[in-house]
Design a protein around this ligand. Structure first.
Ligand code: AMP
Ligand code: GLY
Length: 423
């Protein structure tokens, strides 16, 4: 089989790496991919923001299956267009991708279907914000309605700060169109959990759960990012909690979508806060998480291709995934300055040595290659991922590998999975 993976990040590198292990896969293409992916598949320079270009590519290479990594092509309807032309593609249709691409849609959907989430107000003007703010305790969370690559959420300590941030978003200065509408939200306390399920539009199967580290700074401080590291173990959620989340979150979403006329096929990522009042949904993503996918797929022992096809063909079952009891962790190495401004084009050294560390795999995100040397090309550069029998050992191996890699201005958090290790 020929597979086309759409995207260019660490998540897509992990998808390509895992799909290549399937005995039924003969060739993997990635559009546009990155320098790390190019070592395992064929990268084709196509803009993921253009569904037309992706269709033209499909007409040329005739993939037997296309797998969509990032949210943007989903929001643009790539699944609908590919399906219309008879291409098999993994992911939800445009109507379902709204769960991720519009926070106000997601909040109202959750309210309609009784899915636990924080109190909120949807605001289209500074007047709406002024009217709503008195009803919130501080801190309060201000969120841009649209897609903002993990950067559209600001936790505000005071009402003044919240109205200033909301005004900035609404004016379009901060995030363009994505901030034309904002959602104010009650600030929740607790540990975060990334709970992903595979769905065929009717049934769901849980993936191994993971914990992401969204803030740029150690101890979960500083700005929100796309994710600075993640880990996955057998105990991130126990069987009882998994059942609760399936019953109260994942299944109601898929059933709610169906009741509203949308067949949700693909991965549903439930971003949760485990609060004293119970789990509450922070967000939904309509795709695999990045960086969660890197440690999750490191623990997957069964064939990923079989699972993705079960979703498309309407035969998802609990047996679709077999997980290792090992733990895994991914430490993101980023360009200094990320998620703000940063420089690119720094030479990366040490990559040859790292995979000698047992159980380590380096997934590339923002990298390019010239004359046999790798250079930085984005905010998140590498996802250094390790697997071992215990979380402690996986963390040790990941940081041992990180230490071998260097590039100008390299930044990484030193406390990925530290809280779990303390427990
Ligand atoms: P979101 O894109 O909505 O998931 O928000 C990104 C990140 O902001 C989450 O992963 C949390 O770390 C944080 N966050 C979002 N909503 C809340 C909330 N209501 N309370 C506390 N933190 C939040
Ligand atoms: N790691 C968060 C996300 O994929 O959106």
């Amino acid at each position: 089989m020929k597979i086309l993976v759409i995207g260019s990040g660490g998540r897509e590198h992990a998808l390509v790496w895992k799909l290549r292990q399937s005995p039924r896969v003969s060739r993997v293409y990635c559009a546009p991919g990155n320098a790390g992916i190019a070592a395992e598949g064929e990268c084709l320079p196509v803009d993921v923001k253009s569904v037309e270009s992706l269709l033209a590519l499909a007409a040329q290479i005739k993939p037997d299956l296309t797998v969509v990594g990032p949210e943007l092509p989903l929001q643009l309807g790539v699944v609908d267009e590919f399906t219309r032309r008879g291409y098999r593609i993994f992911g939800p249709p445009q109507s379902a991708a709204q769960l991720e691409s519009s926070k106000s849609f997601a909040k109202e959907f959750m309210q309609r279907h009784h899915i636990p989430t924080a109190h909120y107000a949807i605001c289209d003007s500074t007047k709406d914000v002024a009217d709503a703010l008195p009803h919130f305790h501080m801190p309060v969370v201000v969120k841009a309605d649209g897609l903002a690559a993990g950067k559209g959420v600001v936790i505000c300590k005071s009402k003044e700060e919240a109205s200033a941030v909301a005004a900035e978003m609404l004016s379009g200065k901060m995030l363009g169109e994505a901030g034309a509408r904002v959602v104010l939200e009650e600030c929740l306390k607790g540990e975060e959990l990334s709970f992903l399920v595979l769905s065929d539009g009717e049934r769901v199967a849980a993936l191994a759960a993971a914990q992401d580290h969204k803030r740029v700074g150690e101890g979960d401080t500083g700005a929100n990012t796309g994710g600075m590291g993640a880990y996955s173990t057998q105990t991130v959620v126990d069987a009882q909690m998994q059942n609760w989340l399936l019953q109260h979150v994942a299944r109601p979403v898929i059933a709610g979508m169906k009741a509203e006329g949308t067949e949700y096929k693909g991965v549903l990522y439930c971003g949760l806060m485990m609060t004293a009042r119970g789990p509450m949904v922070l967000e939904f993503n309509c795709r695999f998480g990045d960086p969660e996918t890197q440690p999750i797929l490191m623990r997957l022992e069964s064939d990923l291709l079989e699972a993705l096809e079960a979703s498309i063909d309407g035969r998802v079952s609990d047996g679709d995934f077999r997980w290792s009891t090992d733990a895994s962790v991914c430490v993101v190495m980023a360009s200094g300055g990320y998620p703000g401004t940063f420089e690119v084009g720094k030479k990366i050294s040490g990559l040859e040595d790292v995979e000698k560390v047992a159980g380590v795999k380096v997934f590339h995100a923002g990298t390019t290659k010239h004359d046999d040397a790798y250079f930085t090309a984005g905010g998140r550069v590498l996802g250094v991922t390790a697997r071992a029998a215990s979380l402690d050992e996986a963390v040790k191996r990941a940081y041992e590998a990180v230490q071998k890699i260097s590039f100008g201005g390299a930044y990484y958090r030193k406390d990925i999975a530290a809280r779990a290790l303390k427990k």
